[in-house]
Design a protein around this ligand. Structure first.
Ligand code: ARG
Length: 461
């Protein structure tokens, strides 16, 4: 049977307009600068320049007020704008595309777009980092078990734990800056792939659009999506950090842990179990991190077998790009508020440090200080812990006599080392969990945040 609608279907199958219409601002900006350069170089006349710029200005207003007649027939935002320009100012509108191809045009638009979005993401990251510092500062008294293999290991300050995430997000910020570096070269002026045969001024365009340099190789410039892969990768890693934090939030807010209480806003109930406080939003962030990794893998797969230069496959970069931009910003927004508003139950945290023999390492260290080799001390303490576990009693409950029966080096002062808070304060090496060190880290972070904020402001200006 003949499918009469097939040609229409095919048009929409081949179109990128549903996604790339979001690039209208960048597309128009690029066109404005391109047009001014063409006139400056005498490639078009000043009158033509004026007409084109006026037309582009009107088109911008039409799009922003929702009056622009988008047409799927025209595949993408670039052709939609060009066609509209010709409707408005006639044939002269066709001169705008002189010395340009959609291949270098789309490469430009995406770079401009990502540069803007990365600045916004960086600002959000700074806010999250600041929120972590605030929370860590406010919770300095709270102690909790630190875990390895999700088994209670050694007591730590809750603030120290939070500040570990600060470090992760600090690295994410660095990766975003790395992306900016990858976005600092201008692809426009590469033409379809081979360069153009007009006396254009690429340096002028680069400067006007805020690029540091022009891309050195025209074929690379139009077929390169490394900047997008880098961005998707940076967002994936950031997503993974948010996901790990959210996984802890899920655990901590469970009845088993009871370390934190999420604000009501971040909890949903169950339709049949009235006692439930489900951490839905933390769970969603955990899942969305997976979607962002998926977008990275999607783009890696799209690019991996492509010969030079532009191939239509590359049009499929739009959905992953926009989706990851939206997702990462949404997640940052939610996780920041979730941290800001959560309540810390320091009593429950402290209770958890009492059970689980968290100070066993301190007991071994005690024997080492008394001159025993660490391996030997470790063996003795393992035996003591085994016996305590069997009887279901804490280390602290053992009398000095009994301790001496394991090793006569034990003395009255041993009880000091069995206190979890004392254990924390002894870990005063740089980067350790002692309160003095964590306070140092907080101060350093505050200074760093101030510098980073100033740098971001400077970059915007
Ligand atoms: N819609 C295209 C894309 O998004 C624009 C570039 C098209 N170039 C071409 N030669 N068909 O990738």
């Amino acid at each position: 049977m003949k499918d009469l609608l097939f040609p229409d279907f095919l048009k929409s199958f081949g179109a990128s307009l549903p996604w790339d219409r979001r690039l209208y601002k960048q597309d128009i900006l690029g066109s404005q600068v391109h047009c001014r350069m063409l006139a400056k170089q005498g490639i078009i006349s000043r009158e033509e320049e004026e007409l084109i710029l006026k037309g582009l200005g009107e088109i911008l207003r039409e799009i922003e007020s929702g009056e622009f007649p988008f047409s799927m027939e025209l595949e993408d935002i670039h052709m939609n704008i060009e066609r509209r320009l010709m409707e408005k100012i006639g044939d002269v509108g066709g001169k705008l595309h002189t010395a340009r191809s959609r291949n270098d045009q789309v490469a430009l638009d995406e770079r401009l777009y990502l540069r803007e979005e990365i600045r916004l993401i960086e600002a959000q990251l700074l806010e999250l980092m600041e929120t972590l510092v605030d929370k860590a500062q406010a919770s300095l008294r709270a102690i909790m078990p630190g875990y390895t293999h999700l088994q209670r290991a050694q007591p730590v300050l809750f603030s120290h734990h939070l500040m570990a995430y600060y470090e992760m997000f600090r690295r994410d910020l660095r990766r975003m800056e790395g992306c900016m570096e990858g976005l600092s070269e201008l692809p426009l002026g590469s033409g379809a792939l081979a360069g153009v045969d007009f006396p254009i001024d690429r340096e002028f365009v680069a400067k006007e659009l805020g690029f540091k340099r022009v891309c050195r190789n025209s074929m690379d410039a139009v077929s390169d999506r490394d900047f997008l892969l880098e961005f998707l990768s940076a967002c994936s890693i950031l997503g993974i950090h948010m996901s790990r934090l959210c996984e802890e939030i899920v655990l901590w807010s469970s009845q088993e842990f009871g370390f934190i209480k999420l604000a009501d806003l971040f909890c949903t109930g169950s339709s049949i179990m009235p006692q439930k406080r489900n951490p839905d939003y933390a769970e969603l962030i955990r899942a969305k991190a997976g979607l962002m990794v998926g977008n990275l893998v999607s783009m890696l797969m799209v690019m991996k077998g492509l010969p030079l230069a532009y191939n239509k496959d590359m049009q499929e970069d739009k959905r992953p790009m926009f989706e990851t931009v939206d997702t990462v910003k949404d997640c940052l927004r939610v996780v920041t508020q979730m941290i800001r508003t959560m309540e810390v139950n320091s009593t429950r945290m402290a209770m958890a440090t009492e059970e689980g023999y968290l100070t066993a390492t301190d007991l071994a260290d005690y024997l080492v200080e008394k001159g025993r080799p660490f391996r030997k001390a470790h063996g003795v303490v393992a035996e003591i812990v085994r016996s305590c576990v069997e009887r279901g009693v804490p280390l602290r409950s053992l009398g000095l006599e009994e301790l001496k029966s394991y090793d006569e080096a034990f003395d009255e002062d041993v009880y000091l080392v069995l206190d979890p808070r004392a254990s924390i304060e002894r870990r005063a090496t740089r980067g350790g969990t002692a309160t003095s060190r964590v306070m140092e880290a907080l101060e350093e972070a505050r200074r760093e945040l101030e510098e980073l904020r100033a740098a971001l402001k400077g970059a915007e200006a």
